[in-house]
Design a protein. Structure first.
Length: 219
């Protein structure tokens, strides 16, 4: 049995449960997915200070669980702690942000990112540059509104993200739109119904990539 650990760097157990519900149906019968939630930090990571704090918590959790897992998914779009865990563990480690961006860009498509966290735009852009994909990147679109207030009002959040995704496509020329945030997983799934060929969901993208890596590692 293969065990994948999904680490939610946000402290919201509700977000963890939501991410697991999105990921669970995508798993083969011989793969178990375990979720763990950060015990310190922000309920929802909305700025770079919270992202940096989350990295330490991700590493702590990953190291504590290392002997019981075969792979790790870090389920925050900024991929906190991913590089450190890769250096410390012998199992595959992927962040949902990098997985989604790589999937969106895989066929050479132009891609944009829609998110609700304006104070993370610089780190998102840096993540795209780190992957060497800025030539395909059409930019980040952020709707008006406080991200925590939008998170508390799913219909309003869906509407705001739909408008941002539409702007990515119609104004920026994106072929694919990544929904930028682990806590936005439910919204991303609903948006995919509205934009069936355009939306890239980070958690499913990470599941796909980590399953390929585990399979490759086992030969």
């Amino acid at each position: 049995m293969t065990t994948i650990l999904l680490i939610n760097p946000n402290t919201s157990t509700r977000s963890t449960e939501m991410m697991l519900s999105v990921a669970g149906p995508l798993l083969p019968h011989d793969v178990t997915l375990r979720g763990m939630t950060a015990t310190t930090g922000a309920a929802m990571i909305v700025d770079e200070a919270a992202l940096a704090e989350a990295a330490d918590e991700v590493v702590r959790i990953g190291l504590a669980e290392a002997s019981r897992i075969n792979a790790v998914i870090v389920s925050a779009f900024g991929n906190p702690g991913v590089g450190s865990l890769r250096a410390l563990l012998r199992v595959p480690v992927i962040g949902i942000g990098e997985a989604a961006i790589l999937k969106a860009a895989a066929t050479g498509s132009r891609f944009g990112i829609a998110t609700t966290t304006p104070d993370l735009v610089r780190s998102i852009e840096a993540g795209v540059r780190d992957l060497g994909l800025q030539g395909q990147f059409t930019g980040v679109r952020v709707p008006d509104g406080d991200p925590l207030s939008l998170a508390a009002d799913p219909p309003a959040q869906d509407q705001a993200l739909a408008a941002a995704a539409t702007a990515c496509i119609e104004q920026d020329g994106a072929d694919a739109v990544v929904i930028g945030g682990g806590p936005l997983s439910d919204a991303a799934a609903r948006l995919r119904l509205r934009f069936p060929t355009r939306i890239v969901e980070p958690v499913p993208a990470a599941i796909e990539k980590i399953l390929r890596q585990v399979s490759s590692q086992r030969g």
